[in-house]
Each structure stands twice: as structure tokens, then as C-alpha cells.
Design a protein around this ligand. Sequence first.
Ligand code: DX5
Length: 230
Amino acid sequence: MTLARTVDVVPSLLSADFSRLAAELRRVQDGGAEWVTVDAMDGHFVPNLSFGPDLVRAVKRLSPLRVDAHLMVTNPEAAAPWFVKAGADRVIFHLEACPEPEPLLRALRGQGVEAGVAVKPGTPVDGLLPLLAQSDLALVMTVEPGFGGAAFLSAMLPKISALRRALDAGALPCRLQADGGINLETVEAAASAGADVLVAGHGVFGNPDPAAAIRTLRAKAQAAYSGRAG
Ligand code: DX5
């Protein structure tokens, strides 16, 4: 049975205009966003080098938005405490970089921070299944991670559906996030497959009206998610 859920659309700051960060945050807040994602990339786990914990600190100073720190880094156990200290409300790390994820999940939750685990496109979701009951969020990358604006990989939809089936079978509260290439053309497919958190960078900040983009994305995602069979 699918738990009734309010779908979240979470703008990724990777595509934001950092010359006017405060205004960008206000724009997404006007669109009803409650979270933003900070994509931390170390240039090793993924080809890009992006942000550190100081961006989380700045967002927390500038806005009431909650911050998802998505750690695309080789050493999430070492990096996570920096993001917690900076005020991240949720820290998501990659299974590929953390073969023993339970201690980090426990450590994050023990500090009052939501904990999530992510997989790249080439990683099966099997490794996530035993973690769903001890995680606040599972993330399926729907692009090869590294840069905003990449094309949505529809081949990832069965991974989303498999996780949704497992979450529903266990009536687990863990959220299911799709991240990468989410826009007006792809958001319904991701939500229909069972994602209830949709991360969008270019699909929001690449739009002349990010607030309207968020509202439209959320309306389409909610209808698609709620309209799922079962
Ligand atoms: C990995 C990043 C991006 C970002 C979303 O590359 O995680 O997926 O959040 O960027 P868009 O929505 O532009 O693909």
C-alpha cells in the first residue's frame, strides 16, 4: 500500500546564480520550496569540484529553507561532520563511498540530522534495501553525477519502482528521492515510478520564473505520484 504522501520538489543550488544567492533562495521559497540541495562534489568521486560546508552555512544564514547536503565525495565519514556543523538538516552520502553505511547513518541521526543514502546509475539498489528501515531518505541518481543540466536516464525508473515496492511493503517512512534531469518533461515519470522527493537544478533555475517552475513541477509530480496504482 502506498502511504499518502506530499511530494517535495527540492531545488538544487548547483544551477543557481551565486552572484545573487539571497534572491535565488527567496525565489524558490516563493515557489513553495521547503528544502534546497547543496551538491558537494570533491572532483574525485565525481568529475566536478563544487561546494563545501560554507555554502550550507550561508544558506542557513540567508533563509529558513532546510538544507539537503548531498555528499558526492570519496570520504563521507570524514566530510559529514563538517556539513552537520554548518547546519545541514539532512546529509546524503553514497553507498559506493561507504561500504559500511550503518555507523554513519546512526551517527547522523544521533546528532538530530536526517540521514540518506544514494546510488549512482551503475549501482543496483540491492545494497539500499537493508538500509531503508534505518534511513530517512534513499536517493536514486537519474543522471551520471557531476554537472547540472544532464539528460534524465529513464533506465533508472525500475530502480525507483523497486525501492518504492520495498518501502510500501514495509510501510516505511523513508523518503525516495530522484535526482538529475528532473524537468517538466521527466518529473511525471519519476513520480509515477514512486519518487516522492524530486531534485531539480536546471529544471528550476534554468526557468525564467523558478517559483512558477517549482509550482508546476510539484503539481505534476503530486498528480503522478498519487495516481499510481496500488
Ligand atoms: C549531480 C547533481 C545534479 C543536481 C541536479 O550531477 O546532483 O543531479 O542535483 O541537477 P539537474 O536537475 O540540472 O540535473
